[in-house]
Structure formats: C-alpha cells, structure tokens
Design a protein around this ligand. Structure first.
Ligand SMILES: [Zn+2]
Ligand SMILES: [Zn+2]
Length: 418
C-alpha cells in the first residue's frame, strides 16, 4: 500500500471485487433465509456494553480484552457480536408475544484486539437466531441452514463439529469434573489457563497452547456430566443430522468461549484458514433471554464469518458493461453523451469517457472494461444517421442505423441479426 494514510489496523478496505462478492454472498444468504422463514433485522452498531458483559460472561476473552468501547461515560461500545443484541431487541419489542421468532442479520461486528491473520477489528457476520421454541428439529434446522449457506457460497472443504454443554446444572457439573481432573495438572497449563482454572475452567478446553492441548487431550470426560434429558436431546439432534445426511463429528472439547451457551454447540471449521479455523459457529442459549431481563424463552442461533468465507473462495466475476460509447472528435462528445443517456434509460448498461482521447485509447479502455459492444460515433457515419458497432468478442464491426441501434442492443442479439 502507498500513500500517507492506511486503513486502521485490523480493518480492511473492500475494493470492488471483494465488495461485489460480499454483496453477492449476502444476497444469496437472504434468499435462503427467506426460504426458511427467517426475517432480516438491522440493529445499531453501537450498543450498551452491559448486555455483552451480562450475556457473554465477565471472564470470557471477548469481555476481558476485546470490547471496543466508544464511550465509557455512556457505557457504549461497538457490538462485538449480535446474539445478545438481538435478544435485547426481542425483549424490548415484546417479540416474545409470538411463539417462535426467527430473525437473521448481516453486518459488521467489532473487536478491540490485536489483529491476526483472519481476525479483524471490524469483521462481518451473517447470522440467524430462532427464539421461543425448543425442539431438536429446530437445532437441526439451524445447523442444516448454516451448512446450506456454506455450500451455496461454494465452500467445500469444511467440517462440522458438535457437542452438548447440557443445562445449567450439567454445565456446573462439567466445570467441577474438569477442575477435579485438572487439579494435579494445573502446573502444566499456560499462565492464562492457570487463571482460567479458577475463573472459567471451560475455557481451558479452547486454549491453543500446545501444552494445554496435550493436557486437555489426555483427559477422559466424555459426556458423563449430561443429565438424562440433555443426553437424550443431544442424541436426538445427532440422529436427526444423520437422517438428513449432514456429516459431523462429536468433539467433547468443543465448548465455545461464551457463557450464554447451553445444550447444543457447534462449529463449522476449515483447515485452510490457518490457526483460526472456524468459518462459523453457534448453539443454544436457553437462559439468555431471562438473563437479559425477559421471560424464560429458549433460543438457538449461529453466525458465519464473511471474511473467513472470502478467504476460502474465489471472487465473483463482475457482469461487465454491455456497451462503451466512443467518439472520434471532441465535437461529438455531447452527441455521445445523449446516446449514452438514451441507452441507460432503455436499461442497457453502458459508459463512456469524458476527456476526449484517440479512438485507439478509447477502444483499449473499453477492452479493459470487458464490454460486449463499442458504439463508435464518427462524423462520416453520423452524416448518414449511422453509427459503427464493434462486437468486441467477434472483433467484427458493422454499420447500423442510429434508429435501429437501441432496439438491437436491447435485444442483446447478434450483429448478424441486425
Ligand atoms: Zn441437563
Ligand atoms: Zn492454555
């Protein structure tokens, strides 16, 4: 990059190729969300910091280190994720009066952390939440929906991991069991995990340090902490995924670092992303609505990371302009502009250059734009009320009457039909 100013660290300029591709993916996502009965919401990027502290948990990485505060006096931050915010809106707008509310969102999220590859301070999520009902079918619908989105985005090399944290009691049982198994191994853990042992032992399972991984992999916990009904719920979700032919792997160490998760948690990973392997993740959060002051309603959702998706696929090709209008002398510029306007009014995508240059230079420019046709306005032709039409693919050129030109281009046909 050159020039004096760069984008702020951890942010990224989306130039036309990436912007075009991200909008293409967003629109694809919208289509699929509507197909599944989800409705879009657009919520503020600025949010009350408290809702994230309450929902994600005081001792989570996001709250400890990553909230991008913008006003400590007003307790405002840029939203680090959308689930807690959607639940805030769900309660505030009394959406709980409906039995089941299915919402989706697409937009930027913010983290105030040290930027790394695949991890930004501003990044974009495509996500969905279903609040109000609890059924293994609904969990399966959400997992299947996330999978369908990834497939429709053209992502192939990803895999699904799933686990159950159980209900609140199970989670507590999980924590004490983990602490018991780790008691004589604490010294082997990294400095952070030694603290986590006291504050939030589940997060030790997420640690990427090699030594911690080694300790964690040697533990034998299985899902012995799950109560009977949570175990059965988990088994039902797994068998529904089997039935739908969605491949997955049960990962007993998958806990997701956020406090609000209960029961089912899942992650879509890819090995082509470096150390950050998650393309998307989600789970059930049955206590969250109550925690933020609403009625006791269950919820489930997921989010996919747009930047990670862009790392895993090629950029979409622009559909190029159809016509470039060239003119052979500066006296013809306004005539060319008139024709350009007429073409656009008729819905034919077209453009021209405004500082006159040689025909050769205009044709070179048109070629770069990838247009299908160049209309050339020349003195000679215009005397006979004609223009030249150059078919860029066929490299052929013919004369056409000015009257017939627009009709021909609208039909988008072949020069031979003219
Ligand atoms: Zn349970
Ligand atoms: Zn560690």
């Amino acid at each position: 990059m050159s020039g004096r100013y760069r984008p702020p660290r951890g942010t990224k300029d989306f130039l036309s190729g990436e912007a075009y591709t991200s909008v293409f993916l967003e629109n694809k996502a919208r289509e699929i969300f509507y197909l599944y009965g989800y409705r879009e919401v657009k919520l503020p990027l600025i949010e009350n910091k408290d809702i994230f502290i309450r929902s994600l948990g005081e001792s989570t990485e996001v709250v400890e280190k990553q909230i991008l505060e913008i006003s400590s006096r007003e307790n405002l931050c840029l939203r680090p994720e959308a689930t807690a915010q959607i639940v805030r809106a769900y309660i505030g707008h009394s959406l709980y009066l409906q039995r089941l509310v299915k919402l989706f969102y697409i937009g930027p999220m913010f983290r105030g952390e040290r930027p790394q590859k695949g991890r930004f301070r501003q990044f974009h999520h495509i996500g969905a939440e279903a609040i109000g009902e609890k059924d293994p079918l609904l969990d399966t619908e959400l997992i299947g929906l996330a999978e369908k989105l990834l497939v429709s985005f053209g992502i192939k090399d990803f895999y699904l991991e799933i686990n159950s944290l159980g209900c609140e009691e199970d989670k507590n049982r999980f924590k004490s069991l983990l602490k018991k198994k780790l008691t004589d191994k604490v010294k082997l853990l990294c400095e952070n995990c030694q603290k986590r042992f006291f504050t939030n032992p589940l997060r030790i399972l997420d640690c990427k340090e090699a030594n911690c991984r080694k300790v964690v992999n040697s533990l034998d916990i299985g899902n012995s902490y799950l109560c009977k009904s949570c175990l059965s719920y988990f088994e039902q979700v797994c068998s529904l995924l089997d039935k739908r032919g969605i491949p997955y792997k049960v990962n007993p160490w998958l806990v997701r670092g956020l406090d609000y998760y209960t029961q089912i948690v899942f992650e879509f990973n890819s090995d082509n992303l470096g150390s950050q392997k998650a393309v998307g993740a989600g789970g059930r959060y049955d206590g969250l609505v109550r925690e933020l002051g609403g009625p006791d309603k269950p919820g489930c959702g997921f989010a996919l990371g747009l930047e990670r998706i862009l790392l895993l696929r090629n950029l979409e090709k622009f559909s190029p302009l159809k016509v470039f209008v060239a003119y052979t002398s500066s006296e013809l510029k306004s005539k060319a502009f008139e024709l350009l306007t007429e073409l656009r009014d008729e819905g034919v995508s077209s453009d021209m250059r405004f500082e006159f240059s040689s025909l050769k230079s205009q044709l070179r420019y048109a070629q770069k734009l990838g247009v299908e046709f160049v209309v050339i306005l020349g003195e000679e032709e215009l005397k006979n009320n004609q223009v030249s039409l150059r078919d860029m693919k066929a490299s052929s050129q013919e004369r056409l009457s000015l009257d017939g030109l627009i009709g021909f281009l609208k039909k988008g046909g072949n020069v031979k039909d003219a």
